[in-house]
Design a protein around this ligand. Structure first.
Ligand SMILES: *[C@@H]1O[C@H](CO)[C@@H](O)[C@H](O)[C@H]1NC(C)=O
Ligand SMILES: *[C@@H]1O[C@H](CO)[C@@H](O)[C@H](O)[C@H]1NC(C)=O
Ligand SMILES: *[C@@H]1O[C@H](CO)[C@@H](O)[C@H](O)[C@H]1NC(C)=O
Ligand SMILES: *[C@@H]1O[C@H](CO)[C@@H](O)[C@H](O)[C@H]1NC(C)=O
Ligand SMILES: *[C@@H]1O[C@H](CO)[C@@H](O)[C@H](O)[C@H]1NC(C)=O
Ligand SMILES: *[C@@H]1O[C@H](CO)[C@@H](O)[C@H](O)[C@H]1NC(C)=O
Length: 628
């Protein structure tokens, strides 16, 4: 257990806070500044109960505040007027340690009561965290960032990701000034100080490689020094800082407060008894404890989290309305839950695909739609969202949605049911990020920060008919894969083997097919996994990759498990003859065009598709795929 009990006393101090610097607590003063902007051009907000605490759970009524960054925002036309914008922070396991029972901080997951592996290892020991701030603007803005550790704020020390944004940066005294143009899609970007990076290395290249660290001798997987066998698999800021700029919301995203049920700040109870259709969380802090979540009464169709609302909870709709919504610029935080909190078992860490807690859940009526806009979901303890019911007629309209602090392993992106439109999203994500399990889906303008497991785009697990899917304009800004293993490939785009029988890929369904599946305009920054890792469970009629650029591919040595697993492992495993193109006359099979690794274009002509492109496609498929 990391310092259990230590933080309880700390949490009582509201102005004085304790920040461990290299493991030694030091006292620092926090100014109770809160000059926020609330004009027609700019809106920022603040929490008076910010708690700086990088180690332990914060008090119920407190909001974890960045120990590292302060942010102010002004409009670009009046850059002398800067306004405070609260910088939130999320830490691995929320300072709880790897616990089993939310009511018992000493209940360590020991492999008996629960699976020990929550896929967090060295992160708490090396002091990893993720901070973020969010503001609204109608115009270009200047974001002013200061650091509490005295490190350089010179633009030469800073990279903004995605790097294509190329925002103007200047230094002003001890602050970094970033000019953020206006965009109707908003911006979701990472500010990265180059003296604050952690290079992730793995101990051995195997299925369950683990990160090693040389920083904390009493921490996990400590090594006194690195050797050449410990390859680097990714690099991230130790103290991440995400900035979310959004336009002011359109009227359909803001309910009238008059007819709404206004939740009182503090401990929330009784949302199952509400008779109104709108539940309105105004600015302030709300919690339900780690042993409860909000099961909304069946009248509630719309949950609104105002800017400055911070809700430690998960939301479950019971409404059968065709128009469900969750909007606002508040935060829904899973920080009080243990990993895989099982709602049927006192919210303990006992994994169940059905009853482990989702941050967003519902049982949909036929033909219903869920609109989600503006929100930030923090620290999901499991898959972040799942609906149940007639999913083939349910759809999602998601925009300007953010997921942060997804340090636990099984923390997926949101589901995209048929006819969904998902755009302008940031995912910090531990598991399958973009889930293309259904037809007629458009997913665009995604910024993804991937941790150590599962692909960026997943289309496997079950035999499926999928038609008409586009995933366009994706920037992967980080990845740190511990291996690229089959039968659950870790790749940019992958199809995992059958969920029901993972050891067998011989149960593909050749009557089903994937068609009109386009992955276009992708960039992956830094060290990236292979483009494809496919255990096909159905025919692939036509799959197009166009304009994919990868800065650098992860070493081939991390490809373990199957000998040729990267694409189409079926023939080696006695699978049924799943076809590329075969069952659909005139279809192209697999086309990869304008695929670059670094500066090098990958093509059949150049004969570099395997050695440089890591496209280990089975010979079985000759003639039905092309790289051009
Ligand atoms: C700013 O601080 C004052 C004094 O503590 C408080 O009354 C006010 O509500 C705060 N405003 C915001 C936006 O937090
Ligand atoms: C610029 O911001 C300052 C500080 O808030 C304010 O007093 C001033 O009126 C603003 N000027 C303009 C031109 O908006
Ligand atoms: C494991 O579970 C058992 C039975 O629920 C309980 O008695 C025991 O205290 C738990 N151990 C830990 C370390 O949580
Ligand atoms: C393909 O899916 C998109 C996104 O849902 C939809 O707008 C379009 O109508 C679909 N095309 C066809 C032919 O169904
Ligand atoms: C996929 O790309 C092809 C080639 O550009 C195009 O003909 C097709 O309409 C696209 N399909 C979808 C679903 O966007
Ligand atoms: C690929 O990039 C080129 C050049 O930017 C662009 O013209 C083309 O439309 C892109 N292809 C797709 C499928 O978006």
């Amino acid at each position: 257990m990391h310092l259990a009990g230590f933080g309880r006393a700390v949490g009582l101090l509201s102005v004085l806070s304790i920040t461990p610097v290299h493991g030694h607590p030091s006292l620092i003063w926090r100014q109770a500044v809160n000059r926020t902007a609330d004009s027609a051009e700019l809106k920022t907000w603040w929490h008076n109960t910010g708690e700086i605490n990088t180690r332990t759970p914060v008090k119920n009524e407190n909001v974890r505040q960045s120990h590292m960054y302060s942010v102010q925002v002004g409009t670009a036309s009046n850059a002398t007027g800067f306004y405070d914008s609260f910088v939130y922070e999320s830490i691995p396991r929320n300072g709880n340690g790897n616990i089993f029972d939310p009511t018992d901080p000493n209940s360590v997951c020991n492999g008996q009561n629960c699976s020990k592996d929550d896929q967090i290892t060295i992160e708490p020991d090396i002091g990893v965290d993720m901070a973020w701030t969010q503001y609204l603007a109608t115009t270009a803005t200047v974001v002013k960032v200061t650091r509490s550790d005295g490190g350089s704020v010179d633009p030469s020390n800073v990279i903004i990701r995605p790097t294509t944004l190329a925002f103007d940066m200047q230094r002003s005294g001890n602050a970094l000034l970033i000019t953020v143009p206006y965009s109707e899609s908003g911006y979701r970007f990472s500010v990265e100080f180059q003296d604050n990076l952690w290079q992730y290395r793995i101990r051995k290249d195997s299925l369950n490689s683990q990160y090693v660290q040389n920083k904390s001798p009493n921490g996990e997987n400590y090594v006194a020094s690195y050797d050449d066998s410990m390859s680097i698999v990714g690099a991230e800021p130790t103290n991440a800082l995400m900035i979310f700029m959004s336009p002011f919301p359109r009227p359909e995203y803001v309910p009238s407060i008059d007819s709404a049920y206004q939740v009182r700040t503090g401990l929330v109870t009784g949302l199952d008894k509400v008779s109104e259709s709108i539940v309105y969380f105004g600015p302030g802090v709300y919690w339900l404890t780690g042993s409860a979540h909000a099961i909304l009464s069946s009248s509630v169709t719309w949950v609104y989290l105002a800017p400055g609302a911070y809700i430690k909870d998960a939301i479950q709709y019971e409404s059968q309305s065709l128009d469900l919504r969750a909007t606002g610029f508040g935060v829904l935080s899973g920080e009080q839950y243990v990993y895989q909190a099982n709602t049927a078992q006192q919210y303990r860490n006992i994994k169940s695909d059905d009853t482990s807690l989702k941050m967003w859940r519902g049982h949909s009526a036929r033909g219903a739609k869920w609109t989600v806009h503006g929100l930030t979901t923090n620290a999901p303890p499991f898959n972040s969202m799942d609906f149940y019911g007639d999913l083939n007629s349910f759809s999602i309209d998601a925009s300007d949605y953010k997921q942060v602090g997804a340090f636990f392993g099984q923390t997926d992106g949101i589901q995209m049911y048929p006819n969904s439109h998902v755009r302008d999203i940031f995912y910090h994500v531990g598991d399958d990020a973009i889930k293309t399990y259904y037809s007629n889906v458009l997913c665009e303008r995604m910024t993804v920060w991937k941790t150590n497991n599962a692909p960026i785009v997943q289309f496997g697990w079950y035999q499926r008919d999928i038609d008409n899917v586009t995933v366009d304009a994706v920037d992967v800004i980080h990845a740190r894969y511990i291996s690229q293993a089959a039968p659950w490939p870790r790749a940019l785009v992958a199809s995992a083997a059958s969920y029901v029988n993972p050891d067998s890929t011989s149960i593909a369904d050749s009557t089903k097919r994937l068609s009109n599946y386009n992955i276009t305009n992708w960039r992956c920054e830094g060290i990236c996994p292979a483009l494809l890792g496919i255990n096909p469970l159905q025919n692939i009629d036509n799959m197009l990759f166009s304009n994919v650029s990868v800065e650098k591919l992860l070493s081939d040595a991390t490809q373990v498990g199957f000998s040729t697993f990267r694409v189409f492992t079926d023939s080696a495993r006695g699978n049924k003859p799943i076809a590329l193109g075969d069952n659909s006359p005139g279809k192209l099979g697999l086309v990869i065009e304008n695929f670059y690794v670094g500066e090098e274009k990958i093509s059949m002509e150049a004969k570099n598709w395997n050695a440089k492109g890591h496209l280990g496609i089975d010979e079985h498929y000759d003639g039905r795929w092309t790289v051009r």
